[in-house]
Design a protein around this ligand. Sequence first.
Ligand code: NAP
Length: 345
Amino acid sequence: MQFKTILVTGGTGYIGSWVVKELLEKSYVVRMTVRSKTNKAKYQHFDTIAEKNNGKLELWEADLLKEGSYDEVAKGADAIIHVASPFTLRFKDAQKELLDPALLGTRNVLNAATKSGTVKKIVLTSSVAAVHGDNIDMKNQGLTEFTEEHFNTSSSAKHQPYSFSKVIAEKEAWKLAREQSQWKLVVLNPSFVMGPSLTKNTNSGSISFMQDILNGKFATGAPDLYFGFVDVRDVAHAHILALENDKAEGRHILAERTAGVLDMIGMIRKQFPGKFKLPKSKAPKLLLMLIGSLFGVTARFVKQNVGYPIQLNTSRSRDKLGLTYRPLEESVKEMVESMEPGTNN
Ligand code: NAP
């Protein structure tokens, strides 16, 4: 199926900016929603991107928290890429800042698609956080890896609320997809996203985590945490593959590999020797349980995640979507370069 006009939510953000860029490079008409057109700083990085490409960029105002907000912009769109949802590690009120925008936003955007009468496909940016909760879950559930068959069962509004926001949003999306037959849903479940940012105006947890590392926050010892990692440009490309491939369906875990935070920091040290105050060893788990709150994590999080490696099965993304991955070393190097003062991102 050939699509022309694509509505993108969250296009101002870290991942969404790369999605919009690739769509413009491929000559699509992109309807990008912003919360307020007056906040030009959020989208000025598109001035040169839009100029250089054949695609057309349209700006529309919409807010995940306002019911009916996406109804007008969805009318006439062929497909929607729904990226918008807060990914922040720094929040005060999880309900207001994470759960409401994730769930109500998904409901608003997907209902707008149904009302539009024109939208035929929705690509949803979920997360691997909707696949699994605490790393200890793999051991507790007797698994050797997580696959797309799994849903996170251990997060809640109180424990790992960001992950919970992704679970309830993705489940709502599948429910709404089953209730209609006009559009097809394809879901992407990226792991921890790394790589250069096109914008400095993002609150993405990916950027703040890297800033914390470079600013020496973990200088005395890195948390012994393990994540899947994936490059932001590969995540964006997966959205385009999911959009354009008629056979794309279901969920797709996105990860180049799983690795420890200390392994990732080792890549920074190797590529930028002596430049940053980086930890050389792991922080003791007991200490993290005592002082974790200083780093914004609870003792329960530390207990159930620190020291537990995970495995993610990424074969669907490679075999069904045809995605190839950049090596993590490259993502880390180019992310650090894009964040150094004086570099032009
Ligand atoms: P980001 O840079 O903070 O992007 C979030 C986007 O959501 C921004 O465009 C933001 O708009 C928009 N947004 C937030 N609240 C909104 C609201 N009330 N109304 C309208 N738009 C709103 O974060 P990101 O890392 O790119 O994350 C994007 C998506 O990827 C999220 O769904 C996240 O869960 C998912 N994801 C991220 C990662 C990762 O490691 N980064 C991994 C897996 C999945 P403003 O510009 O106006 O703030």
